[in-house]
Design a protein around this ligand. Sequence first.
Ligand code: SF4
Length: 320
Amino acid sequence: MSLINVKNLYVEYLADKGILGKKTSVHAVNGVTLEIKQGEIIAVAGESGCGKSTLAKAIMKLEKIKHGEISFDGKNIHSMNKKELKEFRKKVQMIFQNPYSSLDPKMKIIDTLKEPLVINTKLSNQEITQIIQEKLEMVGLDKSCLELYPHEFSGGQRQRIAIARALVLNPDFIIADEPVSALDVSIQAQIINLIKELKEKCNITFLLITHDMSVIKYLADRVAVMYLGEIVELGNTLSIFNNPKHPYTKALLNAVPNFNKKLQANMLKGELPSPENLPSGCKFHTRCPNFMPICECNIPPVTALTERHNVKCFLYSNKE
Ligand code: SF4
């Protein structure tokens, strides 16, 4: 059953350009269609600037959309009434990259964890305390931390507190935006395992935003590879890692040290073009090692390789 349905989504925003105060359009998300199933971890992979964080914000209704539709549990998030929107805000939570800035340094942990419950529910103090203790236990902490401030914890402990805060309202869906990239390598594995455990024990659906392919390989059920605001390949994690098709996916995997020696010759060249000035045809054509004349002016169709693996590239389509 699908929990989130994104259909033909476009997000565009204006950015300052130069000292004359001129504005320019940034084409951040360009025609994304994505179904996220209940209880899965789907990862969105790609370089910085590929549109993955904008896509996540659009799903959270934090970004104005230009075109398309996003539904949560069958309901279009842009036509929800006040009550439905309040419920949606409870059911969809986010874990941020940096646990040093995502927790208010002036608030004790108990107040940080209480805040969403006080704002969104009519629960008694006793019920709130019970929920907080339950969630702390789920993330491997105990009530001894409640009277302390964020600076009294390590990075890993702060990320656990941020996860507990995301859990207090019993969300169905969590967006984890680079959840371990600000942490020491030694504690990354603990947080990755915690996310896996939450998915398995609580059936929470996760959208994992990361550029780290090794985190994706360990955590995700499916992977969507994004390039300049488009999904260029989508499939089960195993088939994406064992049998990548799109030249960009191959290049991303190539960037993982010693990951797959067969792919070492296929390196990504050049810089990511600016989303203010998108290339014509296939957006990857300026960097593609498999470039063909057809790619410059024509948009490749999405080809289904199997029921659960598709790719947007002329190498796999009928070119006639
Ligand atoms: Fe490369 Fe052409 Fe495929 Fe684009 S459509 S990825 S340019 S081969």
